[in-house]
Design a protein. Structure first.
Length: 226
């Protein structure tokens, strides 16, 4: 049976012991679950390495081998949650007759899914914006996941080559939309506007970016060839 840190009957502090035969991915998942719960209970400052280790039932040294700080923990938790969402959305793609409609639906889902746990969401956004070196791999993985979802939404589920490399236009639209979305989330954390307003701003940005991209394509097509 899993033991957590605490006082034994003899007055000694019991050390956490991992469950026998547990896989590393199971232990990692439990650690991230605890980090999410602590963040939702009390925000960014409530996620302390020692508390996470105790509640996850692992030694503090074991925790530090995988996560160097709370920023690393929280960014890893977001990356895992986004991975699960991406898998679900592959099975049930965002709907819409146009790229704009599908992209708006995607960012609606991303925003509402994250903000279901508002304290956790604020903690994650703070962690992602921290610039801590240990978060870099998680941030890159997260951005890659969101890029794949944006690309799928831009092209639509009926695209003949869903795994084809992104064009320069697609890369630019995806990158800018992610940056704008993150900026709206920062505004949401500061209570400048609510979820609906954040989604609306990304939708407007998507409409303008897509219209601009189309205008540029049309102008290139009309330009005389030399």
């Amino acid at each position: 049976m899993l033991e957590r840190s605490g006082k034994t009957q003899a007055g000694k502090t019991a050390r956490p012991r991992s469950r026998a035969g547990e896989r590393a991915d199971e232990r990692r998942g439990r650690i991230l679950d605890v980090a999410i719960r602590l963040a939702e209970d009390g925000g960014f400052d409530n996620v302390r390495q020692r508390d996470v280790a105790v509640q996850a039932g692992v030694a503090l040294g074991t925790l530090y081998k995988s996560f160097r700080g709370k920023e690393d923990l929280l960014s890893a938790a977001l990356q895992r949650e986004t991975d699960l969402l991406e898998r679900r959305m592959k099975q049930r793609p965002t709907r819409g007759e146009t790229a704009h409609a599908r992209v708006t639906a995607l960012f609606d889902t991303l925003t509402r899914t994250l903000c279901k746990k508002p304290n956790y969401a604020r903690a994650v956004i703070k962690a992602m914006a921290s610039g801590e070196p240990e978060t870099a791999a998680n941030v890159i993985a997260y951005q890659t996941q969101v890029h794949r979802m944006v690309l799928f939404a831009l092209r639509g589920p009926s695209h003949e080559e869903p795994d084809a490399a992104a064009s320069e236009e697609e890369l630019t639209v995806s990158m800018l939309l992610q940056q704008i979305w993150f900026a709206t989330l920062v505004g949401w954390t500061a209570a400048l506007f609510d979820e609906a307003a954040a989604i609306a701003q990304v939708s407007v940005a998507a409409r303008l970016l897509l219209a601009g991209a189309k205008a540029e394509r049309d102008a290139t097509a009309r330009a005389p060839r030399r």
